[in-house]
Design a protein around this ligand. Structure first.
Ligand code: 5GP
Length: 186
């Protein structure tokens, strides 16, 4: 009979807890409130805020964040790995997304900005769709690892350059469902 393994406490790869579930949820509430204030009256049902997340790491953060955002919105996802063509080069923005962001305010939501490569790439292709504006929200940021010059409007937590898991972030596709964020053991 399986026991409840949600915390995986006995697992050899999970090191110290960096952010507890309540710390994360508290910060997510604050971010949601801030985003609501900033887009109040700007995002309308005729012109909703287009929220875009990159699969799969952002799933849990985006789901919690968007339940704290109280302005009209549409939620879209992009799979960056699927955006690469057979020669490993990135392709253009998917057509449906290009149409969705035309003349809209876009909120791009990331789980973690590390070197900034993903953010830099997505920002670049987003402009193919002629958005009115692009704002960026990330739960975690590792500024010490940054190699790209990127702008982030909403940051949940600035963290040390450690490899972290949980709350959407994986190690070999596992541990995404941990409700907290822990450091991967070396
Ligand atoms: P960047 O494109 O900023 O260099 O890296 C962003 C991507 O790298 C994230 O979306 C995530 O997939 C991965 N990544 C970077 N740091 C971590 C980390 O500490 N833990 C996990 N699980 N993924 C990370």
């Amino acid at each position: 009979m399986a026991t409840n393994q949600l915390t995986h406490k006995s697992d050899a790869v999970i090191g110290e807890t960096l952010l507890t579930e309540s710390e994360i949820q508290q910060r997510v509430k604050e971010l949601g409130k801030q985003i609501t204030q900033d887009f109040e009256g700007i995002a309308t049902t005729d012109k909703p805020l287009i929220v875009l997340g990159v699969l799969k790491g952002v799933l849990f953060f985006l789901a919690d964040l968007m339940r704290e955002v109280d302005v009209p919105n549409e939620i879209h996802f992009i799979d960056i790995s699927a955006a690469k063509n057979s020669s490993g080069h990135y392709q253009e923005l998917p057509k449906d997304l290009e149409q969705a962001i035309n003349n809209r305010h876009v909120l791009f939501v990331e789980d973690i900005v590390d070197a900034g490569l993903t953010l830099s790439y997505v920002s670049r292709i987003l402009y193919q769709g002629n958005p009115e504006s692009v704002s960026v929200c990330t739960l975690l940021s590792k500024e010490a690892n940054r190699i790209m010059d990127v702008t982030i409007h909403y940051t949940g937590f600035e963290i040390e350059p450690l490899y972290v898991i949980g709350y959407g972030l994986d190690f070999n596709e596992q541990y995404r469902n941990l409700p907290y964020i822990g450091v991967l053991k070396k």
